[in-house]
Design a protein around this ligand. Structure first.
Ligand SMILES: Nc1ncnc2c1ncn2[C@@H]1O[C@H](COP(=O)(O)OP(=O)(O)OP(=O)(O)O)[C@@H](O)[C@H]1O
Ligand SMILES: NCC(=O)N[C@@H]1O[C@H](COP(=O)([O-])[O-])[C@@H](O)[C@H]1O
Ligand SMILES: [Mg+2]
Length: 381
């Protein structure tokens, strides 16, 4: 039986724990707050800040896990790099986790590998941001180099927006580096996540592309498969293979691309299951969580099959505690619709609290319609 230390215990971790437990693993779920989703299904849990190097090291040394599995980006990844050198097994690799935590590192790597990206620059002050944005040309997208799920992200339409964008990015960034990436705004036809599985004993596998729609930099609904012309799909796979091979290790990666009418543009990637990939809970024979578990345990993945499916998020509206949910019965009364409530103990505006899954024809419309019936109710704080 393998012991897994899961660093981050949100909704993605919860599904991963279920997959790992089905394969007989013992899981210790960690996060910075009690009652996190993955803790509810794990064998043990630990509450501490994973940005605290000493606490992170102490937890690893006390539990002696066979595998360290990061589930979020906000981890003191230097500790994981050191621990890998000391012989510990970090999933997919300490380098992958360390590089993807910082947008600038992964972007520089993509450029080194000759992967097509949006035009971009970095800035460390509002003045510098203004200069770079003007050089790229408005509108531009601005994101802290350390953030996820759209935190601190904004679009500056004109020079008048730059000061606000800078302040918003500084307020939304984590870590101590006041640095942003400013990117050309890509007018894509659609965007995809290409789930890419690196195996210990076998070739890199690609799931069918997942299409998704984002608001405020955060995903709202996703579907699989997203049809793509062969050339574009091939281009995406080639880029995903180049980047994931360089990062190394085994496990699933969520590689994000923008697709315009002319080309496929690499955006970023997660070295772990991806939020838009929750659709695979209904659309694939093996979900992204099952695939991650199999890959990191060195188990075979003989085939991945897909049927039409979609996911749609349920968000909280305001700050609150002990949420309850209305409309779940109505949502579940729809055929081939399922609801996953994450069990987060508190709410905040736009916090993702549940996801609705639908399979079959018109899955997107049906998932969204069912999700719209569910409301998060709290007393407020
Ligand atoms: N250069 C761009 N042009 C157009 N849209 C963009 C650009 N960069 C980001 N976006 C939009 O914002 C979304 C979120 O951006 P990105 O994935 O870089 O942020 P994130 O905070 O890392 O999100 P997550 O952690 O959820 O993956 C993208 O999926 C896309 O819809
Ligand atoms: N785009 C990354 C992503 O979706 N991560 C997922 O959200 C959780 C944090 O949610 P919270 O902010 O509501 O605690 C993370 O733990 C992970 O499961
Ligand atoms: Mg993203």
């Amino acid at each position: 039986m393998k012991k897994i230390l899961l660093l981050g215990s949100g909704e993605l971790g919860k599904e991963f724990v279920i997959s790992a437990k089905r394969l007989g693993c013992h899981v210790v779920a960690c996060d910075s707050y009690t009652g996190a989703p993955a803790m509810q299904v794990a064998d043990e849990s630990e509450v501490f800040s994973m940005l605290d190097a000493a606490k992170l090291r102490e937890a690893v040394e006390r539990h002696q896990p066979d595998l360290i599995v990061p589930e979020i980006e906000a981890i003191r990844t230097e500790v994981l790099v050191e621990m890998e050198k000391e012989g510990r097994n970090v999933v997919p690799s300490a380098r992958a986790v360390n590089m993807t935590m910082n947008r600038d590192r992964i972007r520089d790597l993509a450029v080194d590998l000759g992967v097509r990206t949006a035009r971009f620059a970095y800035a460390e002050s509002a003045e510098q941001l203004m200069g770079e944005a003007k050089a790229i040309g408005f509108p531009v997208v601005i994101k802290p180099v350390m953030s996820s799920s759209g935190k601190g992200q904004s679009v500056a339409q004109t020079a008048d927006d730059i000061q606000n964008s800078w302040e918003y990015a500084c307020a939304g960034m984590r870590g101590d580096r006041q640095r942003v990436i400013v990117e050309e705004f890509i007018k894509f036809d659609y965007e995809i996540t290409l789930l890419t599985v690196k195996q210990k004993n076998g070739p890199t596998l690609f799931c069918d592309p997942i299409g998704h729609v984002q608001e405020r930099g955060d995903y709202q609904y996703s579907w699989q498969p997203q049809p793509m012309i062969d050339k574009f799909r091939q281009d995406a796979e080639t880029m995903a293979k180049a980047v994931t091979d360089d990062l190394g290790g085994v496990g699933i990666f969520g590689v994000e691309f923008f697709v315009t009418k002319d080309e496929v543009i690499f955006s970023e990637l997660s070295p772990r299951p991806h939020d838009t990939g929750m659709v695979t809970l209904v659309s694939q024979n093996l979900s992204e969580f099952d695939l991650h578990a199999r890959a990191i345990l060195g188990l075979p993945i003989p085939n991945i099959t897909v049927t039409e499916g979609a996911s749609a998020v349920v968000l909280a509206a305001k700050d609150g505690v002990s949420p309850t949910y209305t409309g779940v019965e109505a949502a579940m009364a729809e055929p081939d619709v399922d609801v996953r409530i994450f069990g987060k103990p508190t709410t905040r505006p736009y916090r993702r609290m549940a996801v609705v899954l639908a399979k079959g024809e018109n899955a997107v419309e049906r998932a969204r319609a069912a999700a719209a019936k569910i409301k998060v109710v709290t007393k407020g704080i």
